[in-house]
Design a binder for this molecule. Structure first.
Ligand code: ARG
Length: 459
């Protein structure tokens, strides 16, 4: 006999042990016990308001659920695999504590709308946490940017040295990525904070319930519009996983840069000891493990997104048990995204940038070549020709082992008679940055403005 199953009325044989182990979700969905209990308490208050429960009965149920939560938090609670999931574990314990009245809680409700509500509450809480952590990361990026407004970095395209930029400008680009991520999380929350309770199994219920009361009670933004959608929609998890994937992509891009910059051939950055590791065999090594792990874990979060997209793609309406597979990918991604943001915020202030190393690359990479071409163009030489002349000057400078700015006036004049003394001012690397006054460019006015805008956004 299926002695303990809540749904066991029509069953004559017990569940196979392998089936029980295969189908249970309590080993992972216990994680949102708090949200399950909050949802049930809101449901009980609504049932009382609608006259299904007396005020006293609702009170007993709500207090009973409080004591279940306390048991869970004190570690005394016995999770039972035979009870399948967090919902039935909690309800059966409630009934043990308060007696048959516990059985009234499930009036006008199904596990299908119950699980959707609990999980929405959970995903909402986690997204709010991601939002806070994203702000923490943006704050650390802008703090470093503030310190490095005058640090010159060889900016790249195609990963080839291209033009000098302010290091602050480079770091502020990351501020923009993580600010968009935070805004995306906010926007996603609008669709997560929809209360599905009252959809029941799929079709709604014959009882005169008040879903809006539950929604208001829980501080959600709106009530579902269609009961079939309410129990089968997992867009909210998918969107959250996409937000997490993009956060990881942005983190991983920066990690990649730090890994490259920390290589002594670049030497643009020194890693804080607290976020790097040594080698067991090569004493000289300091490895950028935090960044490598983050880059590696990025794939894992993408995997969670792909996994749930694949679960959803073939599902007929409405609830199908496949949907239980929405939880582990989210829990795993949540842990990864949350920890990655925490580690990034911790590591950023300890990054020690090395301007002298950047200056070497700047000189060897002829990062002032565009300046010379623009200078010649300003003298009336067609830009295509100016480009050609500059190319020849670069080839010469390379052959004699000098930077463009180290050539003599006579040497430069070999390539064009238009060159005069004024060229040396133009060839200064910091001038290249100062003169880029176009909006959103690397010029100091733009960078100061960007820093102020990020600070405003944080406040
Ligand atoms: N553990 C289930 C899940 O995560 C809860 C809902 C079960 N509903 C049902 N009709 N069997 O999806």
């Amino acid at each position: 006999m299926s002695d303990k199953k809540m749904w066991g009325g029509r069953f004559a044989e017990r569940t196979a042990a392998s089936m029980e182990a295969y189908s249970e979700s309590v080993s992972f969905d216990w994680r949102f016990y708090r949200e399950d209990i909050r949802g049930s308490q809101a449901h009980a208050r609504m049932l009382a308001k609608q006259g299904f429960l007396s005020e006293e009965e609702a009170e007993v149920i709500i207090k009973g659920l409080d004591s279940v939560r306390e048991e869970i938090e004190s570690g005394d609670f016995q999770w039972k695999m035979e009870m399948e999931d967090v919902h039935m574990n909690i309800e059966s314990r409630l009934t043990e504590i308060i007696g048959p009245l516990g059985g009234k809680l499930h009036t006008a409700r199904s596990r299908n709308d119950q699980v959707a509500l609990g999980f929405r509450l959970h995903v909402a809480a986690r997204l709010e946490e991601w939002g806070r952590r994203l702000k923490g990361v943006v704050a650390e990026f802008v703090a470093q940017a503030e310190r490095h407004q005058d640090t010159l970095l060889p900016g790249c395209t195609h990963f080839q040295p291209a033009q000098p930029v302010s290091l602050a400008h480079h770091l502020l680009a990351y501020c923009r990525m993580f600010m968009r991520d935070a805004e995306r999380v906010e926007d996603c929350l609008k669709r997560v904070r929809i209360s599905p309770l009252g959809a029941a199994a799929l079709a709604g219920t014959t009882h005169p319930i008040d879903p809006q009361a539950v929604c208001d009670d829980l501080g959600f933004d709106a009530v579902f519009a269609n009961s079939m959608d309410a129990v089968s929609d997992r867009d909210f998890v998918l969107e959250a996983l996409f937000c997490g994937s993009l956060i990881m992509a942005h983190l991983s891009r920066f990690c990649e840069e730090i890994i490259i910059w920390a290589n002594p051939n670049f030497g643009f950055v020194k890693l804080p000891d607290a976020y790097s590791t040594g080698s067991s065999i090569m004493p000289q090594k300091k490895n950028p493990d935090a960044c490598e792990i983050m880059r590696g874990k990025t794939g894992r979060v993408y995997g969670s997104l792909m996994s749930l997209l694949t679960v959803v793609k073939g599902l007929p309406m409405t609830y199908n048990r496949d949907l239980q597979e929405d939880k582990e990918p989210f829990f795993d991604a949540d842990r990864t995204v949350g920890m990655s943001l925490e580690v990034m915020a911790g590591m950023l202030p300890g990054l020690e940038f090395v301007p002298e190393k950047m200056a070497v690359t700047m000189r060897n990479g002829f990062l002032n070549a565009t300046e010379l071409a623009d200078y010649l163009a300003a003298k009336g030489i067609p830009f295509r020709e100016a480009h050609h002349i500059t190319g020849a000057a670069v080839a010469h400078a390379e052959a004699v082992g000098k930077g463009l700015e180290e050539l003599s006036l006579a040497e430069l004049q070999q390539f064009s008679e238009a060159v005069d003394e004024g060229v040396f001012e133009v060839l200064q690397y910091d001038a290249a940055v100062r003169r880029r006054t176009s909006p959103g460019g690397t010029g100091p006015q733009s960078v100061t403005g960007q820093i102020a805008a990020v600070r405003d956004w944080l406040a």
